[in-house]
Design a protein. Structure first.
Ligand SMILES: [Zn+2]
Length: 44
């Protein structure tokens, strides 16, 4: 069974960072899965 990842995450009641579990502000235009903190760590 294939699930469109975009639809999957849009269906979640709250957006949560999979790395640290921190709740994130819902951003309709953003498909980022991780919070700013974890994303900034990745870029370094
Ligand atoms: Zn995080």
């Amino acid at each position: 069974m294939l699930i469109n990842p975009v639809e999957f995450f849009r269906s979640l009641p709250k957006k949560e960072c999979p790395q640290c579990g921190q709740h994130m502000e819902e951003q309709a235009e953003s498909y980022l899965m991780e919070c700013d903190h974890c994303l900034s760590k990745k870029e370094n």
